[in-house]
Design a protein around this ligand. Structure first.
Ligand code: IPE
Ligand code: IPE
Ligand code: MG
Length: 247
């Protein structure tokens, strides 16, 4: 089905996930299938980012979280890491004006202390430039790991307890979730992974407790807004129970 038809169907149903998270995977395999170097797969994946941002705006999603680079990805060959960081900067330079004009508020979340200074300051500028927007929040997860995020929150709580700002008995789910990068976002309703892999790979471990999972066989550079709309359509047919019995 074409994107416009899928979007019309989504609108008729009316239930749109407030927060969609995507593990953008399969760039390397996309390149290998074409006998191209892996960085060209990453480059080709940038247009899919543009497409899902636009699809999210059209569908009326509030928050789009994209897993762009994991903490574990630092262990890839230095040339690939360098290529990914250069692409990040290129993406920011190219897209920042359109994102601002389209009402997208961008945030870059993760351990940014490990980024090269050029990439970190480009990211900071993009965040500052779009901070007043409110149509769609785009969370770009870079140098991010779900376990590291939880460790960071645990340290923060420990410090607050030590310094008398927090009573140990007041440590509850809210105390923890308010110390995550996503503290001001609803939890993801829909978690998409591309490229056919059936795993979470350390993405949003806490936040995805009740996310609906959607594994797409499509490699990320081939993922289009129609694929996003298909995922939303599948989501609309899910029965979310949160541990309760159906009404
Ligand atoms: C996803 O594509 C992008 C990043 C993880 C940075 P991959 O580079 O993991 O592609 P595959 O999984 O090797 O095909
Ligand atoms: C997950 O993909 C990380 C990102 C998409 C940024 P990976 O390709 O790194 O995950 P694994 O190694 O297949 O689990
Ligand atoms: Mg991969």
């Amino acid at each position: 089905m074409k994107a416009a038809e899928l979007l019309a169907k989504i609108r008729v149903n009316g239930t749109v996930p407030r927060h969609i998270a995507i593990i953008m995977d399969g760039n390397g395999r996309w390149a290998r299938e074409r006998n191209l170097p892996r960085p060209l797969g990453h480059r080709s994946g940038m247009k899919s980012v543009r497409d899902v941002v636009e699809g999210s705006l059209e569908a009326g999603v509030d928050v789009l979280s994209l897993f762009a680079f994991s903490q574990e990805n630092w262990q890839r060959p230095p040339a690939e890491v360098r290529a990914l960081m250069a692409l990040l900067q290129e993406f920011i330079a190219r897209e920042s004006e359109d994102l601002r004009a389209q009402g997208v508020r961008v945030r870059v979340l993760g351990d940014l202390s490990r980024l090269a200074p050029g990439a970190a300051s480009a990211a900071e500028q993009l965040v500052a430039r779009t901070a007043e927007n409110s149509r769609l929040t785009l969370n770009l997860f870079i140098s991010y790991g779900g376990r590291a995020e939880l460790v960071r929150a645990a340290r923060w709580i420990a410090r607050d307890v030590r310094d008398g700002r927090l009573d140990p008995d007041a440590v509850d789910e809210e105390a923890l979730s308010s110390r995550l990068y996503t503290s001001d976002c609803p939890d993801p309703d829909l978690l998409i992974r591309t490229s056919g892999e059936q795993r979470i790979s350390n993405f949003l471990l806490w936040q995805s407790a009740y996310a609906e999972l959607y594994m797409s066989p499509v490699l990320w550079p081939d993922f289009s807004r129609s694929d996003l709309f298909e995922a939303i359509t599948a989501y609309q047919h899910r029965d979310r129970r949160f541990g309760r019995v159906p009404a």
